[in-house]
Design a binder for this molecule. Structure first.
Ligand SMILES: Cc1cc2nc3c(=O)[nH]c(=O)nc-3n(C[C@H](O)[C@H](O)[C@H](O)COP(=O)(O)O)c2cc1C
Ligand code: SF4
Length: 518
């Protein structure tokens, strides 16, 4: 059997030099006259070990990482094609602590299979969920998804089954499934990893959504900063179409479903579902007032399911193993697993899929290993740019939608960005307001004007101008934005601002004190 070498083609790994490593391995193989198959897999998500190269040996896979092109000669000399020892040797990937501690349901194949091999997908359980769904009525599929407890992973945590039921119950000559792959939250990369590392799972999830709701056409709206994901998704759709997974007769059934990949133009607000629909329709992305809900009147005025990549990619395992299996993981009303993305100033950055319920402290200190700088952790922003900053005092908060809401925070798309004690929380609060001002679609006043006034007021606090009065003004402004904004961009910007003020009051002290303290 010819040896197989797995080198990630995932953009995170590429950014860390995977292409150069792949070239070095290919030329070393040629020079040594060794025949081997190089598979460009996705990443397993342990980015601190990328580029992580794996070889398939008689005793299973053996990983090496992070591999540099300069390591390649010595890897061959050390017999890495048969798992030989080397300073980059990591052993069986499943035993690497960061990976071994995970519960991989949605990401089970990511980094393991060849992303564009439908055969490999099927060998690892792919299409089982779709085949099961084809044997059920649409209402039974919707009931299964509802029963699983799956909630939208895009940010709002809305129950996926209820959304699907609304579309199923709404009549329309045409219905759509729209996948939100705008992934604009800071420190998030789960959607990208799935699209690059296991694209068929998203295709399968969208097809099941189509069959469940009566939609025959799907669109994936991908951010323009994800060219690799767009390329992989386009190829995967083509392969799925040729294999009859997509098309007029899904896997030979009476159901039709096809899909297209569309690229956004780079606005954070286009991740908001109604602005996304405008953008998909070729308009400037502006938030629409609700009602009507997209489920009633969505894309081109037709009933539309809009779901995040991870929500849709979690459906195949639910339909394969059953709602009860999925529901068994998690805590409270947060069922199943969640791919937590650990980023920022952290030692072990990467994707960690786990059942809901781990505490923030376990994630940051144990899994993330604390800061990369070695300094104390000061704050952790959870849930993207609109998420609250949590201090160490709140590290006992379990990763659960309700538990985070109870602490004035949110889980969002499960991005975690770690900051050490050199972070200035006044600057972070100012940045939140500035971000909102830059990204505001401009439709409503609290967000459009409030964010700019917010920046100005925080600047006055920093300059020591009537700090107490201005602090009260920021608090009042945050209330207006929270309760008066049309969408969560303006409505949630108060989270990072107010959490900074509440948990890190010293950083908002008048300028002379701030300067003296520094
Ligand atoms: C400003 C803003 C940006 C958003 N960006 C995204 C995004 O990038 N990806 C996403 O899935 N949801 C995003 N959302 C949430 C979507 O509006 C929507 O709730 C989600 O796509 C629904 O899918 P889900 O139920 O599967 O989570 C954003 C919301 C707001 C207000
Ligand atoms: S809150 Fe901001 S982004 Fe949302 S609709 Fe209003 S102006 Fe637009």
């Amino acid at each position: 059997m010819i040896p197989r070498i797995y080198i990630p083609g995932d953009s995170g790994a590429l950014a860390l030099g995977a292409e150069k490593v792949a070239k070095a391995i290919a030329s070393e193989l040629a020079e040594r006259g060794i025949e081997a198959k190089i598979v460009r897999n996705g990443s397993r998500g342990a980015y601190f070990l990328e580029p992580m190269v794996e070889v398939a040996t008689a005793n299973g896979r053996v990983a090496y990482g992070p591999v540099k092109p300069s390591d390649v000669k010595s890897l061959f000399d050390g017999g890495f094609l048969t798992g030989g020892h080397h300073k980059r040797w990591l052993g069986a990937p499943d035993k690497i602590p960061f990976l071994a501690k995970q519960t991989r349901l949605t990401f089970a194949r990511c980094g393991v299979t060849d992303p564009l091999s439908l055969e490999s997908y099927k060998k690892h359980g792919g299409l089982n969920g779709l085949m099961n769904a084809l044997g059920l009525t649409p209402a039974a599929i919707v009931a299964e998804v509802t029963e699983s407890g799956l909630r939208g992973r895009g940010g709002a945590g809305f129950p996926t089954g209820i959304k699907w039921k609304t579309v199923l119950d709404t009549s329309g000559d045409r219905k759509y499934i729209v996948c939100n792959a705008d992934e604009g939250d800071s420190g998030t990369f789960a959607d990208r990893m799935i699209m690059e590392g296991d694209p068929f799972v998203l295709i399968e999830g969208m097809t099941i959504a189509g069959i469940a709701t009566g939609a025959t056409k799907g669109f994936v709206y991908v951010r323009s900063e994800y060219p690799h994901a767009v390329a992989v998704m386009n190829k995967a759709v083509e392969i799925a179409r040729k294999a009859g997974v997509l098309g007029a007769s899904v896997l030979g059934s009476a159901h039709a479903f096809d899909m297209e990949i569309r690229v956004g133009a780079g606005a954070y607000v286009c991740g908001e579902e109604t602005a996304l629909l405008d953008s998909l329709e070729g308009k400037r992305g502006m938030v629409r007032a609700k009602p009507p809900l997209p489920a009633h009147k969505g894309l081109f005025g037709k009933p539309t399911v809009i779901n995040n990549v991870i929500s849709l990619a979690s459906v195949p395992v639910i339909m394969d193993k059953g709602a009860a299996f999925y529901k068994d993981f998690g805590m409270g009303r947060s069922r199943g697993t969640i791919p937590i993305q650990i980023a920022g100033n952290v030692k072990y950055a990467g994707l960690f899929e786990a059942a809901f319920g781990m505490t923030l402290g376990e994630i940051v200190d144990e899994i993330g290993g604390g800061t990369a700088t070695g300094r104390p952790v000061k704050a952790v922003q959870v849930g993207g740019p609109l998420g609250a900053y949590f201090p160490r005092a709140l590290f006992d908060t379990p990763f659960d939608y309700e538990a985070f809401a109870a602490k004035d925070g949110l889980i969002g798309h499960a991005g975690i960005v770690v900051f050490d004690d050199s972070a200035d929380m006044l600057k972070q609060a100012r940045f939140a307001m500035e971000f909102c001002a830059i990204e505001s679609c401009g439709k409503c006043t609290p967000c459009r004007i409030g964010s700019t006034r917010g920046v100005e007021t925080i600047d006055r606090i920093a300059a020591g101008i009537e700090p107490e009065k201005n602090l009260a003004l920021v608090t009042d402004l945050c209330n207006t934005m929270k309760f008066g904004s049309l969408c969560a961009l303006g409505g949630f910007t108060p989270y990072p601002v107010m959490s900074s003020i509440t948990h890190f009051p010293d950083d908002f002290k008048p300028a002379p004190v701030r300067v003296a303290a520094e």
